[in-house]
Design a protein around this ligand. Structure first.
Ligand SMILES: Cc1cc2nc3c(=O)[nH]c(=O)nc-3n(C[C@H](O)[C@H](O)[C@H](O)COP(=O)(O)O)c2cc1C
Length: 377
């Protein structure tokens, strides 16, 4: 099936299964899994497990009834934008089967914050924790700083009473005006105004979602800004652009087959796995674990999930595994996590966070004797 049609069909099935208590119950008999060692509290929010759906699958927030039955502990909805967004024209979703990736050229299509928030305002999400992902409307190639900030604020205001946390998406690779909030001055303006206008309306944590293709110094600029402005965490990372990414088969990329203009679109899945884990490791060490990290990118198995957790992620997001391996994999990842925790002698997810990413010593802290110095002694 053509990938975008497959996406809509899958969503329709999900909406249908979610409408009726009987189909919800049946789905959960096949797919759901509970274990107390998966219960985790992050920024005062209790999650029944750390495995979440990533932003971009449910762009209009239509499937929240069914996610708990599939086994998800959380789902990030959106990205939602202030204005109604048709997204980019033409074909905009492609599979790269050998590279285990999806190429996305959607461009933030969604029904807009007002309509979606009106529909969701009285929905009881039950045991599902819900993230609201706000992005800037992709309707014009011109960037205007204040208009763009107002756009984020409009979405967040519409959703002030909906969901459990916010994500500010500054890293969509498919917009007409690029990623202007990688610039520190623009980012400062955005984070300041969100603090002034949104924090008084809600005490929910606010995370910032970063791109996968940033240089280390660019990551540091954003991370330092998040810490300085008192943001609770980061989502690491968004899709990877093909240009500098060595982890896919170039001939499989749709531009190589004339299906997408060169330089357009970006990849999910395996080409992102190592990159996003490395970014998680770096950010966890730089912030000494003080920012909450939601890890995302190429999680296909419990081992992949655990690697991101032990690198510093407290929660996880995923999409591509659902497409390639099927929704039962959410259950398998949760089951596998319970085994991996046990193997390492941990009773909770929180104990495992960052456990294989030791923090560098602070100035003045006693150094562990190295094996060399022990031998010398
Ligand atoms: C079809 C599709 C649409 C996406 N749309 C969004 C989006 O609207 N907002 C966003 O923050 N991320 C979006 N993403 C990125 C994902 O949230 C995630 O960061 C990325 O796919 C890596 O995770 P994965 O390898 O498990 O798919 C999208 C990804 C896919 C596959």
């Amino acid at each position: 099936m053509e990938p975008e049609n497959a996406h809509y069909t899958l969503k329709k099935i999900g909406v249908f299964l979610g409408t009726n208590p009987v189909t919800r119950k049946l789905t959960s008999l096949f797919f759901d899994y509970e274990h107390k060692s998966l219960n985790t509290t992050v920024d005062d929010i209790e999650y029944r497990n750390p495995v979440g759906l990533s932003a971009g699958f449910d762009k209009d927030g239509e499937l929240t009834n069914i996610y708990p039955s599939i086994g998800f502990g959380l789902a990030e909805l959106g990205s939602f934008t202030g204005e109604v967004c048709p997204g980019n024209p033409g074909r905009r979703l492609f599979r790269m089967v050998k590279s285990k990736a999806i190429v996305v050229w959607y461009g933030l299509n969604n029904q807009g914050a007002e309509k979606i928030s009106a529909r969701l305002k009285d929905v009881d999400f039950g045991k599902l924790r819900v993230g609201v992902n706000a992005a800037k409307s992709n309707v014009t190639p011109e960037f205007d700083l204040q208009e763009s900030i107002d756009d984020y604020i409009k979405t967040m205001t519409c959703f002030k009473d909906i969901g459990d946390y916010f994500t500010i998406n500054i890293s969509c690779p498919n917009t007409q005006d690029g990623e202007p909030f990688v610039d520190r001055a623009n980012l400062d303006a955005l984070l300041t105004q969100v603090n002034e206008k949104i924090r008084p309306l809600t005490d929910r944590p606010i995370y910032v979602k970063l791109a996968a293709d940033l240089e280390l110094h660019e990551i540091d600029i954003i991370i330092d800004a998040c810490v300085e402005h008192g943001y609770e965490g980061v989502v690491l990372t968004n899709l990877a652009k093909p240009g500098s990414n060595q982890e896919h088969i170039p001939a499989e990329y749709p531009s190589a087959q004339g299906l997408l203009p060169k330089g357009k679109g970006a990849m999910s899945g395996l080409p992102l796995q190592r990159i996003s884990t490395n970014v998680i490791r770096h950010v966890y060490r730089r912030t000494r674990g003080k920012l909450t990290i939601i890890g995302v990118g190429g999680v296909f198995s419990a081992k992949d999930a655990y690697e991101k957790i032990t690198s510093g992620a407290s929660l996880l997001h995923m999409i591509t595994t659902m497409i390639f391996d099927g929704p039962q994999n959410i259950n398998e990842i949760n089951r596998g996590l319970v085994k991996l925790l046990k193997q390492d002698g941990f009773e909770t997810i929180a104990e495992a966070v960052g456990s294989r990413n030791p923090l560098p010593k602070l100035k003045g802290e006693a150094q562990e004797p190295s094996s060399d110095s022990q031998e010398a002694a």
